[in-house]
Design a protein around this ligand. Structure first.
Ligand code: PMP
Length: 285
């Protein structure tokens, strides 16, 4: 079965799907994106993803290309046409096509919309979670507006590759004061010896993850103490447990940071419990 993508009003076979070479997403990374998890063919926590999308667009002064309800229809349709039961749906909106010039087009153009979906292997993902992942730390080198979910991801690409080169799965950025900000494509968490779960506040230095927000509801419901505060890489390496969150990984245990074992070097009980409980608190649509 060939995969289907939605591109600016049309559902196309992936091999025929294309965008204009003067799309500002292609030339300037002038656009934003969202990734939602798909479970049992349904979209997870879509309302929150759509709220963040609206915020990203408005911060960049890109117009919403169609009503949210229409966008939701397109996303569901792409999932359906690709017969994805478990996987992700990817949505990208750029400022649109215009003759190359850094400033916004003088006459507003229609933003470009692309939606794709693909299946992921649930068993494989569960297997990864049962083993846990390794993380390396890298110096923070991104622009300060990481709160915007922009497609401009070159530092993230390089950080992720640095992790791969060292046999790790994720890279955690460390700011000049020694504090962990977040992962190249995930939010970073640790668990203290006292059993408190710690993550940096979304006020600065991180993308406000949707999985992160839902996990806070999970913590409250399970009466697990949350500490929203910065933590250093040194504290993380000594933590009882660590994990990352993202729409595609949900809660993914971390078993080593910079080749230093975390806890017993295996996924911790709190991380695994949070992973298990997570979808009881998700909204499906
Ligand atoms: N931070 C960064 C830099 C990310 O790319 C992601 C995943 N898109 C996250 C955090 C996690 O966000 P979410 O839980 O909404 O997927």
């Amino acid at each position: 079965m060939s995969r289907i993508a939605y591109v600016n009003g049309f559902y196309r076979n992936m091999r025929d799907a294309c965008v204009n070479i003067e799309d500002r997403g292609y030339q300037f990374s002038d656009g934003v994106y969202e990734v939602c998890e798909i479970r049992d063919g349904r979209l997870v926590d879509m309302a929150r993803h759509m709220a963040r999308l609206q915020r990203s667009l408005s911060e960049l002064r890109i117009a919403m290309p169609m009503p949210l309800t229409s966008l939701a229809v397109v996303m569901h349709e792409v999932v359906r046409r690709n017969r994805v039961h478990y996987g992700i749906v990817y949505l990208q909106i750029t400022r649109g096509v215009a003759r190359r010039d850094h400033a916004f087009p003088a006459k507003p153009v229609q933003p470009s919309v692309v939606v794709t979906a693909r299946s992921l292997n649930l068993a494989k993902n569960q297997d990864t979670a049962a083993k846990g992942i390794k993380v390396i730390t890298v110096p923070e080198n991104r622009w300060p507006r990481v709160d915007i979910k922009s497609v401009s991801l070159l530092p993230n690409v390089l950080a992720k590759q640095a992790a791969r080169d060292e046999g790790a799965y994720e890279a955690w950025y460390v700011d000049p004061d020694g504090y962990v900000t977040e992962g190249a494509s995930s939010n970073a968490w640790i668990v203290t010896d006292q059993g408190s779960v710690v993550t940096r506040s979304a006020e600065s230095g991180i993308l406000s993850g949707i999985t992160r927000a839902v996990l806070m509801d999970v913590l409250a419901a399970l009466q697990i103490k949350l500490e929203e505060r910065p933590f250093t890489a040194a504290e993380a390496r000594q933590a009882a447990e660590a994990f990352v969150t993202s729409a595609s990984q949900i809660v993914m245990p971390v078993v080593a940071i910079d080749n230093q074992r975390i806890g017993k070097g295996e996924p911790g009980p709190i991380s695994l419990r949070l992973r298990e409980e997570f979808h009881r608190f998700s909204a499906f649509s």
